[in-house]
Ligand binder design. Structure first.
Ligand SMILES: [Zn+2]
Length: 318
């Protein structure tokens, strides 16, 4: 009796696990994938023609397809985390099958390399030929780690996405280091930068917002101050530079910051033309650390972070 119960429990756990895996809202990046990254296998075969491997993104899998190879008896599908790394065989299909759906893309962000091998056993000897190598970066679109939301691997705190009370990471080391470098370079240009406000805890933000609310009313306070749990300052990745007030706009420091901050991995988080999307008034002093690559990429698109990630910034309760 007891054993049956344990068995049932194990089955339940497995089933639940499978459901969780299947139900993850997952999508793929828009990154153009390289159909052929130049690292084509040099394998040659006298009788077999090289198959062309392509991939299509579906909601729940990456569907690999390839061109038919005359005289092939089977196809083997391989996957690797590095283009020149170890390729692991993930499936084997018969000659009449020309596609395979890979559903294994757990994790926040992962780049996979694929190739297939066509094998012919009908001739005098076994022959095989490899396809091109296909590179694909897959994302788990939205994930939550200890109550903190990541979209495409980017930590997000805005009016839609709230941080838990207990999230208290302090100033992010990388962000602070990047700021120090920016500060010293700015100094060489005759620009003095300092952090007026950096990391703010949940309770600190709660007091701050409540004071603004008492002074200006909820509606107005919401345009310039975040409710507790919704402040980017609680992430430790955001800094207010020099003077967090409208008088900072158009100063030589503000201009220098807007022009140069992406080189150090920061963005001006709340832009003038994006007020309706970010949910905040223009804040030329508020910078958010994203890392150099992403900050530069974002600036190039001219989009704010919400547009870039395709997300909203709106409180559920008015
Ligand atoms: Zn700020």
């Amino acid at each position: 009796m007891r054993q049956i119960k344990i068995k049932a429990l194990i089955v339940t756990i497995f089933t639940l696990g499978a459901i969780i895996l299947m139900s993850g809202t997952t999508s793929f990046s828009n990154d153009p994938f390289t159909a052929n990254c130049g690292e084509v296998s040099t394998e040659t075969s006298e009788t077999l023609t090289k198959p062309l491997l392509t991939a299509k993104l579906t909601k729940n899998s990456l569907k690999l397809s390839w061109t038919k190879v005359e005289n092939a008896d089977e196809y083997k599908i391989y996957r690797s985390k590095k283009s020149n790394g170890k390729y692991k065989k993930i499936a084997e299909v018969t000659a009449d099958t020309l596609s395979f759906s890979d559903k294994d893309y757990k994790g926040k962000r992962k780049t996979y390399f694929y190739k297939i091998k066509a094998v012919s056993m009908s001739g005098e000897r076994t022959e095989h030929i490899y396809s091109n190598i296909l590179k694909k970066t897959v994302y788990k679109r939205k994930s939550k780690v200890h109550g903190v939301t990541y979209i495409d691997g980017i930590l997000i705190a805005n009016k839609t996405y709230k941080l838990p009370k207990t999230y208290n990471p302090g100033t992010n080391r990388k962000a602070y280091k990047a700021f120090q470098k920016m500060k010293s370079d700015a100094y060489k240009d005759g620009i003095s930068l300092f952090i007026a406000s950096g990391f703010r805890s949940y309770s600190y933000q709660k007091n701050l917002y409540n004071n603004y609310k008492a002074r200006d009313g909820k509606e107005k306070a919401d345009t310039y101050s975040a409710r507790a749990g919704h402040s980017e300052h609680q992430t430790g990745l955001a800094f207010d530079i020099n003077d967090p007030s409208s008088s900072f706009e158009n100063t030589k420091e503000a201009k220098w910051l807007a022009k140069n901050c992406t080189k150090y991995g920061f963005i001006i988080r709340y832009e003038k033309s994006k007020e309706k999307i970010t949910g905040y008034k223009y804040e030329p002093w508020h910078i958010r650390y994203l890392g150099k690559d992403l900050a530069k990429k974002l600036k190039k698109t001219g989009k704010c972070l919400e547009e870039f990630l395709g997300i909203t910034s709106k409180y559920k309760q008015r």
